[in-house]
Design a protein around this ligand. Structure first.
Ligand SMILES: Cc1cc2nc3c(=O)[nH]c(=O)nc-3n(C[C@H](O)[C@H](O)[C@H](O)COP(=O)(O)O)c2cc1C
Ligand SMILES: CCCCCCC(=O)C(=O)O
Length: 368
């Protein structure tokens, strides 16, 4: 038995993590296993949070922050704040309105949003509600012709950047999903992939299901080169954790990078995204903006990510729990809480603008 969605926010929801138990009570075991789980033993999923908790901030007092602002510009697009909606597949698992509820909340809270290739609503329908920059997250499909048409559809619908997710050519091993026998319920599907023909290769005896089957049509750097030639939209790669890959991305004409381990949902025991960020920031050295996701739950987490080199952050599960609890209202409330916490955090660290946030804000214990 699942509880009905809320139409007002209860007083005991004061932080975004307070949504998790509310969401759990409103989702069945099947949806919960997909939404909440990480890969394997969920070591990376938990490490994402642990990395933020382990850092302390430096306070700065008596700073004049009047006229302060969280605004920023990325790829020539204006954002009221650096907190973006991460691409999340099949949002109708969390709420019948799915992505349509999320985009309306994002518009109300002026949050940039990335729409998944595996969205459960049509990308054109979602775009109609956009009120802040809307980016399309691309999973390169085995059918490259279909992939090109998808990109053209996103461009025509007004999406203003292409975010190619490169860390999940095959699904991670998610034991929680396996134990719950996760399946997409009737009526929920990747509607934007309708009509695509998936190749069904017959493998010779002894061939590997992974190398010769699932990975046979996986994207490579060549696809990034081709996409670069195909679109004039800013091209961003999501799922980079290793400096050499960041370097390769730049060499292939990529405009931005999302430092991400996919919320711990692909390969378990990858490093926390926050831990991977400094080395990538050092290598990229300002040549392209970096974004970060994985474990952002507080305004102070946003400050820590920016202090270590990110320009903006993506948030996944927290607003999904808001969506499951109270639809668009829940998503909007999660974004509001994070925005408010960011402003308080900036005020108390003496930062009037995002540009004032830097490595000096990360507290280092002085050796004695
Ligand atoms: C239920 C769920 C579905 C996701 N679907 C996608 C997806 O379709 N494309 C993608 O690039 N990332 C996907 N992600 C990963 C998120 O974009 C993001 O990297 C991750 O959730 C960030 O971590 P957080 O949940 O701790 O904030 C998904 C994450 C979740 C929780
Ligand atoms: C082959 C990759 C499947 C990923 C499905 C959507 C996603 O990104 C996620 O669940 O996480």
């Amino acid at each position: 038995m699942t509880l009905p969605r809320l139409t007002a926010i209860p007083a005991d929801i004061a932080a975004v993590t307070d949504y998790e138990p509310y969401a759990r009570e409103r989702l069945d075991d099947n949806a919960w296993a997909y939404i909440a789980s990480g890969a394997g033993d969920e070591i990376t999923h938990h490490a994402n949070r642990g990395a933020f908790d382990a850092l302390s901030l430096n306070a700065r007092v008596l700073a004049d922050v009047r006229g302060g602002s969280t605004a920023l510009e990325l790829f020539g697009q204006r954002f009221a704040h650096p907190i973006m909606i991460a691409p999340v597949a099949y949002q109708r698992l969390a709420h019948p309105d799915g992505e349509l509820a999320t985009v309306q909340a994002a518009a109300a809270l002026e949050a940039g949003m990335m729409v998944s290739t595996l969205a459960s609503c049509r990308l054109e329908d979602i775009a109609r509600y956009a009120g802040a920059p809307l980016w399309f997250q691309l999973y390169i499909q085995p059918d490259r012709g279909f992939t090109r048409e998808l990109v053209q559809r996103a461009e025509a619908a007004g999406y203003s950047a292409l975010v190619v997710t490169v860390d999940a050519p095959i699904a991670g091993i998610r034991n929680r999903e396996q134990r719950a026998r996760f399946h997409l319920p009737q009526g929920i599907s990747a509607v934007n992939l309708q009509g695509m023909r998936a190749p069904q290769p017959t493998l010779p005896p002894g061939a590997s299901q992974v190398f010769d089957g699932l990975m046979a049509y996986a994207a490579t750097w060549k696809d990034i080169e081709q996409l670069r030639g195909l679109t004039r939209l800013p091209l961003i790669l999501k799922g980079i954790l290793y400096p050499d890959d960041a370097e390769l991305a730049l060499a292939h004409g990529v405009d931005g990078i999302v430092v991400s381990n996919h919320g711990g949902r692909t390969l378990d025991t990858l490093p926390a995204s926050l831990h991977a960020l400094p080395a990538i920031a050092e290598r990229v050295a300002g040549r392209a903006p970096l974004l970060l996701d994985g474990g952002i739950r507080r305004g102070t987490d946003v400050i820590k990510a920016l202090a270590l080199g990110a320009s903006a952050v993506l948030v996944g599960r927290p607003w999904l729990y808001g969506l499951a609890t109270a639809g668009a209202l829940g998503v909007a409330h999660v974004l509001r809480l994070l925005r408010d916490e960011l402003e308080v955090g900036m005020a108390l660290t003496g930062c009037a603008r995002l540009g004032d946030i830097g490595p000096h804000l990360i507290h280092k214990i002085k050796e004695i």
